[in-house]
Design a protein around this ligand. Structure first.
Ligand code: HEC
Ligand code: HEC
Ligand code: HEC
Ligand code: HEC
Ligand code: HEC
Ligand code: HEC
Length: 442
């Protein structure tokens, strides 16, 4: 009798611990997703929304000639709002040469102090825009701590590859700890139950051995554990088999740490500025370094506020220097040395040779956003593969996505005929023939 009583509570504890173990082991496998690699959230270093907008405007329009804290082509702009009244700054930014011509004393003085270099006129910037920029330039300079923090972050950058291993290790230690505590608790509980039933505990009774013996004798428990074990291993074996040849989340280290977050995100550069071929050809293409130099002839350093806890300003500036080394640009002489060395970007997305994929068909004809297939690229510090790129992924989207026929002369006639054939208003890519093997396979 007493055995039955004991066993039902053993089973309960056993099942509970199993559930517990599963819950705790999941983070080990989920850690890739959980690791906050993207750092999507920009540090809210700015006081309010305006300064953030101002930073964007500043980087887009002014950064080519101005730095906040250092003289470049133009003077350093931090705190410039205190130097002049706002009305003057509006006029200056909208058209500085007009202001100089009008004989404004302050304007002429600045102009002459800066070797009479003419500043671009920005008639398109509204007073609100300029207020935003001024909010940004009025932010206090980062404290002296930046230098040591930079050094630390620099070291951290090298270490960041190790982080995921540390996470795994930590979780494993935690799981071990939980297991040991659980064993101890089970053991205690069993002893207490035994005691409450008025059993004299002999030395062997108290040992783990007796728990094992009880376990082996209880056929139900053995059955449940075997089934559990089989389910768990099937789950992992299936998971392992399905990811063979699928490189989702592949995130190689690139020769230059080029951040899409900083370029396409913070600075709002259009994807097609660099990947211009996506519109017209099969491949989207990686931009040539000349495209980079359109901007980087003038941008040799990132702003202080661009530095993150992960990557210091010194780190980012070093990466821009790598670009200079590659194109052979001498920063101090401001000219090309002629010594170049190509950058070997590591290719991330790669369909097998027997599959055919065309960017222009999707980007231009179908009007599919890059992000639909490549994920929130504008938040990626390091580029990675977002979609699985399996056949199922292509085909599912063709089943779900309607073809954009409005204003697309190519489709007018065929659309009418096919709609009649299928008896629908809207055609999916699949109905247009997007499921035919020959369309995607050579
Ligand atoms: C083509 C380079 C260039 C660009 C782009 C540029 N500036 Fe200038 N800026 C200058 C130069 C050079 C001066 C110094 C005056 C002169 O020589 O005309 C200057 C001076 C100024 C001054 C006066 C600074 C002082 O301390 O007296 C302000 C304010 C200013 N710029 C704001 C801006 C803003 C805001 C933008 C972006 C919207 C901008 N500038 C974009 C070149 C540029
Ligand atoms: C300033 C230029 C620039 C802009 C703007 C830009 N990219 Fe890139 N992109 C690059 C460079 C350089 C690489 C290669 C280095 C890397 O993979 O990080 C790249 C790589 C990629 C890759 C991976 C290519 C591979 O190897 O498989 C994808 C996908 C991509 N970009 C998509 C985008 C999307 C989407 C946007 C817009 C949100 C965008 N890019 C904006 C320069 C740019
Ligand atoms: C349209 C202008 C523009 C183009 C084109 C451009 N950049 Fe940049 N890049 C910037 C700006 C602006 C910053 C600095 C932003 C800041 O200070 O916050 C920057 C920062 C950087 C940095 C330091 C931050 C980081 O991403 O690691 C590197 C490295 C860099 N660029 C490399 C490149 C390369 C390589 C290319 C060509 C594939 C390129 N850039 C093309 C505007 C551009
Ligand atoms: C319908 C899904 C889809 C859309 C939309 C899409 N891509 Fe791609 N992209 C892919 C696939 C699939 C590959 C792999 C192609 C291969 O290996 O042949 C790829 C590869 C790339 C590559 C690297 C290889 C190459 O083709 O040069 C870049 C860069 C890229 N895409 C950028 C972009 C940009 C920028 C946009 C938006 C203008 C975009 N993609 C829109 C699916 C897409
Ligand atoms: C985000 C949705 C989406 C994904 C993912 C996608 N496609 Fe498409 N695809 C479309 C749409 C929409 C069209 C119809 C374009 C049009 O108007 O012709 C299309 C058309 C095509 C066509 C031309 C079909 C025809 O009838 O001529 C081919 C080939 C194709 N896709 C291949 C692929 C391959 C290969 C992949 C996977 C690597 C893929 N697509 C992934 C949306 C998608
Ligand atoms: C919308 C595009 C598309 C269509 C339509 C399509 N495939 Fe595929 N297929 C692919 C892509 C992309 C891959 C590569 C998947 C990968 O690398 O995991 C693939 C892979 C395969 C493979 C290799 C399987 C593997 O896992 O490597 C076979 C076999 C195949 N397709 C057969 C077919 C047949 C048969 C049809 C017609 C019924 C068909 N495909 C229609 C895009 C397509």
């Amino acid at each position: 009798m007493k055995k039955v009583g004991n066993h039902s509570s053993i089973s309960r504890i056993y099942l509970l611990s199993l559930a517990f173990l599963l819950v705790f082991s999941l983070p080990v496998f989920a850690q890739d997703a959980a690791a906050p690699k993207d750092a999507a959230a920009m540090p809210a270093a700015t006081g309010g929304g305006d300064a953030a907008k101002g930073k964007e405007l500043f980087n887009a329009n002014c950064a080519a000639c101005h730095n906040l804290d250092k003289k470049m082509t133009g003077p350093a702009l931090r705190g410039v709002a205190e130097k002049y009244d706002k009305a003057w700054i509006y006029k200056w930014v909208n058209n500085s040469s007009a202001l100089i011509k009008s004989g404004d004393a302050k304007a002429v003085k600045v102009f002459e102090e800066n070797n009479k270099v003419v500043m671009t006129a920005f008639p398109q910037l509204t007073t609100a825009d300029i207020d935003n920029i001024l909010a940004y330039t009025s932010e206090p300079a980062p404290k002296a701590e930046v230098a040591p923090a930079g050094a630390v972050a620099g070291a951290g950058a090298e270490k960041s590859e190790g982080v995921s291993n540390d996470v795994i290790l930590g979780v494993l230690v935690l799981v071990m700890g939980v297991l040991i505590t659980m064993l101890y608790l089970v053991y205690n509980m069993l002893s207490r139950i035994a005691l409450s039933k008025g059993l004299e505990l002999t030395a062997t009774d108290r040992s783990i051995q007796s728990v094992c013996q009880a376990f082996v004798k209880n056929q139900f428990l053995v059955l449940v554990s075997v089934i559990m074990l089989m389910l768990i291993s099937a789950y992992f074996v299936y998971g392992y088999l399905m990811q063979i040849g699928v490189d989702q989340d592949y995130e190689p280290v690139q020769p230059i740490h080029y951040s899409h977050r900083i370029h396409a995100g913070s600075n709002g550069i259009d994807c097609k500025y660099c990947h211009s071929a996506a519109r017209v050809s099969k491949n989207a293409g990686i931009p040539s370094l000349n495209v980079c130099m359109n901007c980087h002839k003038n941008i040799a350093e990132v702003a202080d506020t661009t530095a993150t806890p992960e990557h210091s300003k010194a780190f980012y500036d070093g990466e821009i220097q790598k670009l200079y080394d590659a194109v052979g640009w001498d920063r101090t002489l401001q000219k090309y040395t002629g010594k170049t060395q190509p950058v070997k970007w590591v290719r991330i997305h790669n369909l097998p040779d027997f599959a055919y994929f065309n960017h222009s068909q999707h980007v231009t004809v179908a009007g599919v956003e890059c992000q639909k297939c490549h994920g929130p690229v504008q938040t990626y510090e390091v580029m990675k593969q977002f979609a699985p790129l399996t056949m199922g992924w292509c085909v599912n989207c063709h089943r779900e996505t309607n073809v954009k026929v409005e204003g697309n002369g190519y489709y007018e006639k065929i659309h009418k005929e096919l709609s009649k054939k299928y008896g629908v208003d809207k055609l999916t890519a699949a109905q247009m023939g997007g499921l035919e093997c020959g369309k995607c396979h050579y």
